[in-house]
Design a protein around this ligand. Structure first.
Ligand code: ADP
Ligand code: MG
Ligand code: ZN
Length: 488
């Protein structure tokens, strides 16, 4: 059960740190390719393996992508930015420091508006900065857990992958808002074509900082940071657990201790990883092997021009241009592929509301069931429009359309062909329907009498009989009309 925020005496205060792997062709500071689950340690070189004397070079494309993200998040792009070394030891990081940004991040002071249905939460973006990813530790054994493994091996393919960190202000007020923020961030970045943003594959990751305070109080409480939240669901669940834990602590008269905690999805609880005293001192200092970056306004302007229409603007346009409700517009414009599909349909069929209803109803249900995206589906916009035209023309009723659509979805077929093959055409021929109805009325004198005495139920019974006799192909509206006329 979700946390009942409205009835709490406390208010959660949440700030998120998201990491986004960019989908450039090569790594952040060397020419090695990015890898996708291929053999281990095949995309490495002296730079990303941290060999002494090797020199990094900044990936221009990665900087452009980072600027694109910062601009889309309404950030101010700083005129001048540099890289720092963040020093710590871990076996997945051969240099023993990560090249990151510190006091001069690339973008600052932005915001992202998160639609919560009945209100909008504006989440401030503190900073957007560039850094590099680490390698990956793989623990041997069947469970993949470090505690149950005899050895750990390291794969450096990921080391040096361009990474963007997006840090929010502590503006988020519930675990649900946190989840919606991450979904909105993901959707936004997907529009920019700079990352595939998959939480499952780890190209989008998130740490959550959370504290609670008595409702109405200004003063912010002591926070904890939760790591290992690798799905939208776990992000929400981990935060819900943590909010409740903190409230219980405060209610019992104790204090929240500033800690980093680990979310265990198996038990759905958070456990201490380290407390503030054990926190790293990273000894940040400017990276001496890299040049500073001066952001020319012309370059920033050129990048701005490559940003497509973003979800919020698109939703407003859908509302105006196609007369859709806010809800429908938001639904269709949040996902780039859905939005493109919708507009393709609108260019070949006139009733946008009809298109929206099908896309948000039966179509979405089937996509969810098969766990595929609209791009992977076999229903082309042309075929969906064709089906809507056929329904409008009265050839098939909406019940038949449902089953026709299922076959279109499964087999990628033309709806006209399916209707022909299955002999599905709706009977809308008046004389044919009258003949069937005469028969039904003759065979069911009881219900006919009941209807004459004013029993509405008898009408549904008779319509049902006609539908059965025509194998569901009769036009129900016409059947209703003819029976009512005949018996009145
Ligand atoms: P740290 O130095 O621990 O990394 P930062 O000040 O860099 O902390 O903030 C990291 C994240 O934590 C940001 O998203 C920020 O909004 C959030 N944050 C900071 N203080 C709090 C707090 N008291 N409660 C909730 N979130 C917080
Ligand atoms: Mg931090
Ligand atoms: Zn390399």
């Amino acid at each position: 059960m979700a946390l009942d925020i409205k009835n709490l005496k406390y208010e959660p205060v949440i700030g998120l740190e998201a990491h986004v792997e960019l989908c450039t062709r090569t790594k952040m500071f060397c020419g090695c390719r990015l890898s996708f689950g291929e053999d281990k340690n095949i995309y490495t070189c002296p730079v990303c393996l941290g060999h002494p004397g090797s020199l990094p070079v900044i990936n221009r494309k990665a900087v452009q992508y980072a600027i694109k993200i910062a601009l889309a998040l309404n950030c101010k792009i700083q005129d001048y930015t540099i890289f720092h070394r963040k020093n710590y030891f871990y076996p997945d990081m051969p240099k023993n420091y990560q090249i990151s940004q510190y006091d001069l991040p690339l973008g600052v002071k932005g915001h992202l508006d998160v639609d919560m249905g009945d209100y909008t939460r504006r989440v401030g973006i503190t900073r957007v900065h560039m850094e590099e990813d680490t390698g990956k530790l793989l623990h041997t054994g069947t469970t993949g857990r470090i505690s149950e493994s005899e050895a750990s091996i390291v794969d450096f393919n990921r080391a040096g992958t361009p990474l963007i960190e997006v840090v929010t202000e502590p503006d988020i007020r519930s675990p649900e808002e946190a989840r919606e923020y991450m979904i909105a961030l993901r959707n936004l970045i997907l529009f920019l074509d700079v990352s595939n943003c998959s939480m499952e594959e780890g190209s989008l990751r998130c740490d959550a900082n959370v504290s609670v305070r008595k409702k109405g109080k200004e003063k912010i409480g002591t926070k904890t940071e939760i790591k290992n939240l690798n799905s939208f669901k776990f992000l929400q669940k981990g935060l819900e657990y943590e909010v409740e834990r903190q409230i219980k602590l405060l209610e019992s008269g104790s204090k929240v201790i500033q800690q980093t905690r680990h979310y265990d999805s198996k038990t759905a609880i958070t456990k201490v990883l380290r407390s503030k005293e054990e926190a790293h001192d990273y000894r940040y200092f400017p990276e001496p092997d890299l040049v500073p970056i001066y952001m020319e306004s012309k370059m920033v302007e050129d990048i701005k021009k490559t940003i497509p229409e973003l979800p919020a603007t698109k939703a407003k346009r859908f509302e105006k241009q196609y007369g859709l409700s806010i809800y429908d517009s938001n639904f269709l414009s949040n996902d780039r592929d859905l939005a493109d599909y919708f507009e393709k349909c609108c260019s070949c069929y006139g009733n946008a509301k009809n298109i929206a209803n099908w896309m948000m109803g039966d179509f979405s249900a089937l996509l969810n069931k098969e766990k595929i995206t609209i791009k992977e589906s076999r229903v082309t916009p042309e075929n969906l429009c064709r089906m809507l035209e056929i329904i409008d023309g009265g050839k098939i009723n909406s019940k038949m359309a449902k089953s026709v659509f299922e076959e279109m979805f499964a087999a990628g077929k033309d709806p006209g062909k399916i209707i022909e093959e299955r002999g599905l055409e709706q009977i809308a021929d008046k004389s044919m329907l009258e003949a069937v109805i005469e028969e039904v009325l003759r065979d069911n004198p009881g219900p006919v009498e009941q209807f004459r005495q004013g029993k509405e139920k008898a009408l549904s019974f008779l319509i049902g009989k006609v539908m059965a006799k025509t194998k569901g192909k009769a036009n129900p509206r016409m059947v209703n009309e003819i029976i009512t006329k005949k018996l009145s």
